[in-house]
Design a protein around this ligand. Structure first.
Ligand code: 1GP
Length: 247
């Protein structure tokens, strides 16, 4: 069954923009989950759960709590194989194509197989590309890889296409959580034109303007995390769906 990916693909083909909210179990207490879910923008389609470094049992606790209060599909966005839990609906099987560290291209994947084989998680092969967001990101630190400079547009496009040609079903352009600046409109637009699979964009998006820009440039799905960790932003972002004509 691949109903979650089918939904993402169908929306992308119909140019229906999608919004995912990222919950990092390391930064979220189970007690806060209910109030956090109340603040979600109306248009939220998916909940991503994961982080670069998360204690093993925390992911499962958060996903179980989310499932008590929300019917939204939960997609694991794991920093490593220890973050896999059957309580979720799907997993982004992320290969970090930028940086080319074998551990994050295939090593973690091999380690996750015994757990995945026993689960019903929908597995979504995803080409994950870290681009420079203006500061060292947790992905960069943990994976010990360098992001691709945003001005190296051709390299980013070739990396995305290498992902598509090797069978990835999504391309995810990541500027890093809390990035100083998000993936540029130019990079999004050139990658979108080159690939035939849905494009996910995340990292450093914390205003309606940035969200609309990403959608306008060609992102099929935008992922927002940090903006929800900061209570001041929460109200503002939760009104995005009302204010923004882009979603
Ligand atoms: C998801 O890492 C991002 O791709 C989330 O980034 O925390 O900056 O929204 P923010």
């Amino acid at each position: 069954m691949s109903y979650i990916y089918s939904e993402i693909l169908k929306a992308a083909l119909n140019d229906k923009k999608q919004l995912s909210i990222l919950i990092d179990p390391e930064k979220t207490d189970a007690e806060n989950v209910q109030s956090l879910l109340k603040n979600l923008p109306r248009e939220t389609g998916f909940l991503f759960v994961g982080g670069s470094t998360v204690a093993p049992e925390k992911t499962e606790n958060i996903v179980t709590t989310i499932k008590k209060f929300s019917n939204l599909p939960v997609i694991l966005f794991p920093g490593d194989h220890t973050q896999i839990t059957e309580e979720a609906d799907a997993i982004l099987f992320l290969s970090l194509l930028s940086g080319q560290n074998p551990e994050y291209l295939i090593g973690q994947h091999v380690k996750s197989v015994s757990r995945l084989r026993q689960s019903k998680l929908e597995i979504i092969p995803t080409g994950y590309i870290l681009v420079d967001g203006g500061k060292e990101s947790a992905v960069q630190r943990v994976s010990n890889t360098l992001p691709l400079p945003q001005e190296k547009v051709q390299l980013i496009v070739d990396t995305a296409l290498a992902g598509q040609f090797s069978g990835k079903k999504l391309i995810y352009l990541e500027a890093g959580s809390g990035a100083k600046f998000p993936v540029s409109g130019e990079v999004i637009s050139v990658v979108k034109k080159a690939i035939d699979i849905p494009l996910v964009v995340g990292g450093g998006i914390r205003s309606t303007r940035q969200l609309e820009k990403a959608y306008g440039a060609g992102a099929d799905m935008v992922v927002i995390g940090t903006a929800f960790e900061n209570k001041n932003f929460s109200d503002k972002i939760s009104k995005l769906s009302v204010e923004s004509s882009g979603i």
